[in-house]
Design a protein around this ligand. Structure first.
Ligand SMILES: *[C@@H]1O[C@H](CO)[C@@H](O)[C@H](O)[C@H]1NC(C)=O
Ligand SMILES: *[C@@H]1O[C@H](CO)[C@@H](O)[C@H](O)[C@H]1NC(C)=O
Ligand SMILES: *[C@@H]1O[C@H](CO)[C@@H](O)[C@H](O)[C@H]1NC(C)=O
Length: 577
């Protein structure tokens, strides 16, 4: 109980900081999927290899019935249920995960989308077609019973079908969907994209925010805020102003949520700034990783456990679960203190959302709203420049709230303000390129690692992730600097070569890659085995194949730039003529 009162105290303190009245009730109070003795007993008995398995299982009976049957079992066994009895109980009261959805072949999927023709390397072209085909495997539709009897499912009902990441991730995920959507638009699947957007907008209407993923146990946290950008990409493809007009108020609401629940006042060298952080004021183990969170917490004194759990949930919210990036004081997961960090990428995403919302409101004639967003963005840019930018090192860095210092370690997210178009002057671009060179990032020939720190965590060296390639590459590619554009191409070529080589070997795409081997391999580390699919990896690969189709090659090994081939050809021609 000491832990609980400590947690209340913590919530209260942080609540004051947020201008809240006190502790909040958690957004999910399901005594099966989110909290309670049944969840604890089943997860700690480790009936399944992955804790996510259990909390994804639909009920065979109404939740009240399941709970009363469980309480009866608990009493009859004197509080200590044997593993066999638990197994029998789960078999009788739960169904296998995934039964609540069916595979769905998107209606707007058609063979051979236009962009394939722009890919000159025939092996890459054939592979791009395979990637386009994978959308048919990743499409999901919910069965109607999820809508009719929602309390028998942890799945959150959404009306429109969607594309999932793949592997253990059988529901929709928030930030993954941005890269999926970029890929779907290249595949000319704007109808599917509109449905996915509608689902997210419905979440904001229903819950005030978008959960990490489509399960009730994800309601306590969100994920990197990319909804406004998804809308922007959809509009660029369709020019569907009616859809924008219908939903602009919901986009405003989502941004309000980030400002109301996840902003922080920072006073630094006599000035006050407001920036954002990942922050989840709810304790308890994550239901989908319950036994791991419980066992990790047991390494700490009891009064530190609730705050560890809220930090782990905030780690989930960042999308980087987990990384040495969030460790403070040691190199151990239990030193995750992400609420004390002002992350570059989160603020870059919001800086971009503010600009896009200003554009949207301008299009719709809402001048005042547009001006408010521009003013908010100007404030944020000034804060980012003052606290996150480092002019000597030529990059932005995460800012630590307690020390008032920047974390100087390399992460691809450090360059996300360029990606977001929040800063784009040539001097900044030049410094960013030099920053990559100074950190020898261009020497990693299989992709940009998540960090240069080796740890057991999956968002660290030697893993490389598709979205993180994008956070570096797109900003450079869209810049006005020819040198930066060339660096962007080389980085994209490296990534494509790794994705392609591993695909040739395993006929699969992965959520992450290990770049420390000769060829690149599926990644490892973290809380679960590497997953196949894979939504965002496919989306990013399709983007590079479309963007650089006339230059990319499937050949492995270091290459001569195409101009060198031309010179060589001319030379040979000279010799023989
Ligand atoms: C529960 O039972 C197991 C073995 O059946 C035993 O090892 C354990 O100590 C018991 N726990 C409690 C709290 O009684
Ligand atoms: C966000 O903060 C509001 C109070 O301002 C609270 O009612 C709501 O539950 C919070 N949402 C989440 C998901 O924490
Ligand atoms: C920041 O400070 C301002 C003024 O002092 C206050 O109105 C606001 O609620 C504070 N915001 C947060 C997130 O603490």
């Amino acid at each position: 109980m000491q832990g609980v009162s400590r947690m209340l105290q913590l919530v209260f303190l942080l609540g004051l900081e947020l201008g809240l009245e006190g502790a909040l009730p958690p957004p999910c109070d399901s005594q099966i999927y989110c909290t309670g003795e049944l969840l604890r007993q089943v997860q700690m008995a480790k009936l399944f290899q992955d804790d996510k398995h259990f909390v994804d299982m639909p009920l065979t009976k109404a939740p009240d019935q399941v709970l009363s049957d469980f309480n009866e079992l608990l009493h009859s066994s004197g509080g200590n249920i044997s593993q066999d009895h638990l197994k029998t109980f789960v078999n009788e009261h739960f169904k296998d995960p995934g039964e609540e959805m069916e595979t769905w072949i998107p209606e707007d999927w058609k063979p051979s989308p236009k962009f394939l023709q722009s890919i000159s390397d025939s092996r890459l072209q054939a592979w791009a077609e395979d990637l386009h085909n994978i959308w048919k495997k990743l499409g999901r539709k919910m069965k109607l019973d999820v809508s009719n009897q929602p309390d028998r499912y942890s799945l959150i009902y959404v009306a429109h079908p969607f594309v999932v990441p793949g592997g253990r991730f059988i529901e929709f995920y928030y930030w993954d969907s941005y890269w999926v959507i970029e890929g779907l638009l290249l595949s000319d699947m704007a109808g599917t994209v509109k449905g996915m957007l509608q689902n997210f907008l419905d979440m904001v209407k229903r819950y005030g925010h978008i959960p990490n993923g489509g399960r009730v146990y994800y309601l306590q946290r969100s994920q990197p805020p990319l909804l406004t950008l998804m809308m922007d990409r959809y509009l660029a493809y369709t020019d569907d102003l009616t859809f924008l007009r219908e939903n602009i108020g919901i986009l405003d609401l989502e941004l309000d949520f980030w400002m109301r629940n996840k902003s922080v006042n920072i006073s630094h060298e006599g000035k006050n700034y407001i920036l954002n952080r990942y922050y989840v004021p709810y304790g308890g183990p994550r239901p989908e990783s319950y036994s791991k969170d419980q066992e990790l917490a047991e390494l700490l004194p009891e009064d530190a456990r609730e705050s560890l759990w809220s930090e782990l949930k905030a780690g989930g919210e960042s999308g980087w679960d987990f990384s040495s990036r969030w460790f403070v004081g040691s190199n151990y997961l239990f030193d995750t203190k992400i609420s004390r960090v002002v992350p570059v990428d989160l603020n870059a995403f919001l800086c971009q959302a503010e600009e896009l919302l200003a554009n949207f409101h301008t299009k719709l004639g809402n001048t005042n709203m547009a001006q408010n967003y521009l003013a908010a963005q100007a404030q944020r840019k000034a804060a980012m420049k003052a606290l996150l930018w480092n002019d000597i090192l030529g990059s932005w860095f995460d800012f630590h709230l307690e020390t008032g210092k920047q974390n100087r370690a390399f992460y691809p997210s450090n360059l996300s303000p360029l990606w977001a178009g929040c800063f784009s002057d040539l001097d900044t671009v030049r410094k960013n390129v030099k920053y990559l060179e100074d950190n020898k990032i261009l020497t990693y020939s299989h992709g940009i690692p998540a960090s240069l720190q080796i740890s057991d965590q999956q968002w660290d060296f030697p893993n490389a992730w598709a979205p993180l390639q994008d956070l570096v590459i797109k900003g450079l590619a869209d810049s006005g600097s020819a040198q930066a554009q060339e660096v962007a191409f080389q980085l994209a070529q490296n990534w494509i070569r790794t994705n392609f080589a591993v695909y040739q070997k395993n006929k699969a795409m992965y959520e992450k890659y290990d770049i420390s081997t000769d060829t690149g391999e599926p990644g490892g580390g973290g809380e679960y085995k590497v997953q196949e699919g894979f939504g965002w990896t496919n989306g990013v690969a399709l983007q590079y194949l479309a963007r650089y189709g006339n230059r990319l090659t499937s050949r492995s090994g270091p290459m001569l730039p195409s101009t060198s081939w031309l010179l060589l050809a001319l030379l040979l021609l000279g010799l023989f003529c």
